[in-house]
Write a protein that binds this ligand. Structure first.
Ligand code: URA
Length: 179
């Protein structure tokens, strides 16, 4: 069993992660040696059914954005701070703080060169409260880790102007990832 599988097992057995949530655990998936890690918010209904991240409408948009810059989901790793479906609500700070324990272990195991933060919960978990409208499309440095800020695809599905921002952000991301 590799490190990521061990962490996935811990998540599956974690009572705190499961509190007030439902469905299968969604530890994340992708390349265990990915250079780029994408961090979302929390699983939705589709993800809770399948145990896989970004399977619903947001996932379809994320896949399109990735493909638009010649990235395949197999090349990267995708996860979120919250590992179980919380229902139709934003995860609480307590849930984000708890999920972060597992997320940091995953980051330590994968050792990505870049972490792409998708939306407010990902930012809150890893760099703190920020205004995404002010920092999206930019590279950020914190504790020797490099992040790239953008919106969550669910926001882009709701607001066409955010979808346009995300398309531009991904073009910027393409320039950054020529490592
Ligand atoms: N949104 C997320 O943030 N994560 C998922 O896995 C699915 C939807």
């Amino acid at each position: 069993m590799n490190k990521l599988e061990k962490i996935a097992r811990e998540i599956k057995n974690c009572k705190e992660c499961k509190k007030k949530k439902s469905g299968k655990p969604v530890p994340g998936e992708g390349n265990k040696k990915a250079k780029i890690l994408f961090v979302g918010e929390a699983p939705g209904r589709e993800e809770a059914k399948t145990g896989k991240p970004f399977m619903g409408r947001s996932g379809k948009l994320l896949t399109q954005l990735l493909n638009s810059i010649k990235l395949d989901r197999k090349d990267i790793f995708i996860t979120s701070p919250v590992k179980y479906y919380p229902g139709k609500r934003t995860p609480t700070n307590k849930e984000i703080d708890h999920g972060k324990i597992h997320l940091l272990k995953q980051i330590e195991a994968i050792k990505p060169k870049l972490i792409v933060l998708l939306g407010a919960v990902a930012h809150k978990a890893l760099i703190g409260n920020v205004k995404i409208s002010e920092i999206h499309g930019k590279k950020l440095q914190k504790n020797k880790v490099t992040y790239f800020s953008t919106f969550h695809p669910a926001a882009a599905l709701r607001f066409p102007f955010i979808k346009e921002f995300m398309k531009k952000d991904f073009k910027k991301l393409k320039r950054i990832i020529s490592f």
